[in-house]
Structures are given as C-alpha cells and as structure tokens.
Design a protein around this ligand. Sequence first.
Ligand code: SAM
Ligand code: DTB
Ligand code: SF4
Length: 309
Amino acid sequence: MWTLQEVEALFSTPFNDLLFRAQQVHRENFDPNQVQMSTLINIKTGGCAEDCSYCSQSAHYDTPLDREALIEVDKVIAEAKKAKDSGSTRFCMGAAWRKPKANDLQVVLEMIKGVKELGMESCVTLGMLEEEHVALLKEAGLDYYNHNVDTSPEYYDKVVTTRTFSDRIATINRVQDAGIRVCSGGILGMGESRRDRGAMLMELANLSPQPQSVPINLLVKIHGTPLADSPELDIFEFIRTIAVARILLPASYVRLSAGREQMTDEAQALCFLAGANSMFTGEKLLTTESQGIDHDRELFKRLDIQAES
Ligand code: SAM
Ligand code: DTB
Ligand code: SF4
C-alpha cells in the first residue's frame, strides 16, 4: 500500500531522476519501444444527467454539441473495422449516460460481440453499473470497462456534484468482482493541486488488483463548461504525473489520453519516456478532435516506436 507521503516524495524528486526511475520500472515490465493503440467512438452523445464540470456532454451546460441517440450497431462495427485496419487493437465505446437502461444495454452487448468477432479487444464506458449490468457485460465477452476516478477524493465534489467518489469506486469494485478488467484514470489541469494528483494515483495504485489500464487525460477545455477557463497546467507537471503513475502502477498500461492535440511532439515523446505505453488514435476522441493517424504514424517513425499488435 502506498502512502500519500511516499507519493508526494516521488513528485518532489528532481525531474531527471524521476524520469530515470520511471523508465527503469517501465523496462522491467514492458518493451520500451512499443505503444498500444486504442480507438474511441461515442455511441451516444450529449444530454447526460451528470454535472461533470469538464464535460461537453453534460445536460447542465450549454456547450457547442448536438445531442444524438444511441447509434446503430452496424455503424459501430464499420468504424471498428477501420480502426483495426489502422493498427488499433482495442475499440472503446463511450456513452453519455449516468447509468445504462436495460434496453440500451442489450444494443451495447451486440456491439461488444461484433467488436470481438473482428478479433479486437472491447472496452465500454457507460457510467455507473449494478451487478446485473456487469454480469451481462461479462457474458458478452467484454474485455475492459472504463470508469475513471478522475481526481482525488478530496477534490471530487469541486468537479462533480451529482455523484460521489465512493460511487465511482463501488462501480469499479463490481466490475472487478465480475472478472472484467478495469480501465481507470483521471484528468489533470482541472485546477487541482499536486497533492490531489498524488492522492488520485494513490487511490488507483491501492485498488486490488490494480487497474490494468490507466488513462491520464489533460483537460480539453470545452466552451460553456465551468472548467472552460482553467489555468494551463505546466506540461512538465503532466509528464511528472505520468512518471509517478508508471512507478505506482508498474504493470499497468498508462495511457496518454485526451489533450495530445494541444501537446508538442517533444512533450509526447517525454510522456513515452516517463512510461506512457498506450494512446488513443483516430481523428476524434469522443466529441473533440484528436491528432490524427498520419501525425501519430510520423511521430512513431521519428521515435522508432512500434504499435503493439
Ligand atoms: N459517462 C461515462 C462516465 O463518465 O464514466 C463515460 C463517458 S465520459 C466522457 C469518460 C471520461 O472521459 C471521463 O471520465 C473523463 O475522464 C474523460 N473526459 C470527459 N471530458 C473530458 C475533457 N473535456 N477533457 C479530458 N477528459 C475528459
Ligand atoms: C478516457 O480516460 N479518456 C477518453 C476515454 N477514457 C473514454 C475520453 C476523452 C474525452 C475527451 C473529450 C471529448 O472528446 O469529449
Ligand atoms: Fe456524463 Fe460521463 Fe460527461 Fe460526466 S463525463 S457528464 S457522466 S458523459
């Protein structure tokens, strides 16, 4: 079990020492020149009942986004095929729900089965789950469930008020108990302190088992949301957080997630050096633009990075 004091000491390590240590841990557990690629699709857009202050899809804020109903299974499978052809090994389907309704979940189960038939790993993120939901997802062959803790327990109610940090952990525990792998991480740059960043990583590291996949997002500022004008996070603090995540979660895939669009190639290269070994490819994340596959390929070529197959 990690203590907050230990985690804070890691954050205070001189930058070069921290990156060196993270790279050592990385090499003990992974091929340092391989990065896994996942592709996202938003299967249901906007109108969400939750009030997450960062999100373009919350019904509580007036954001530049049109609502869309649950999309068709065939469309999802066609996009998954495209992603596979571009080198992606996992297809992640996101829905702007507080929790899934029974009839909607049936459609999502078909999507999961279709993605599996393509030989890709499947991941969904559908909000809070009850036991009956996780049982159905497991039966359909779901590989990963994404449910981010997003920030520290202490900062959580500054960002979301319609649910609690413990609600998040309860869903994660249900997913783990059903034998589905967990993808859980958070967002940086929401005005949180370094202590919050450390406490968030400590919570993830002290889960048993540790989440197999840990997305670290840099806030994408969405016009109309309460966090639209958040102060810029120093990119070196972001990279430091990736390094601490690598040390605390040695065998987990640490994913460089939202925010790459705003990062330089050099910053992304330092994230890989700090231990990030997964990312989202494709033209879009859920509702915002991504860097695009051509740029990603060029970056991999310049850094001699191979896409994990
Ligand atoms: N409704 C589900 C939920 O909240 O778990 C699934 C979809 S939600 C959009 C998935 C994750 O995307 C959030 O937990 C958050 O970490 C991330 N996210 C959403 N908006 C973001 C933004 N503007 N910048 C960075 N990450 C964001
Ligand atoms: C995660 O941690 N980040 C992804 C995925 N899991 C679902 C979503 C990022 C969303 C960024 C803002 C948007 O495109 O709406
Ligand atoms: Fe809804 Fe998820 Fe966005 Fe929160 S992050 S408003 S739960 S879609």
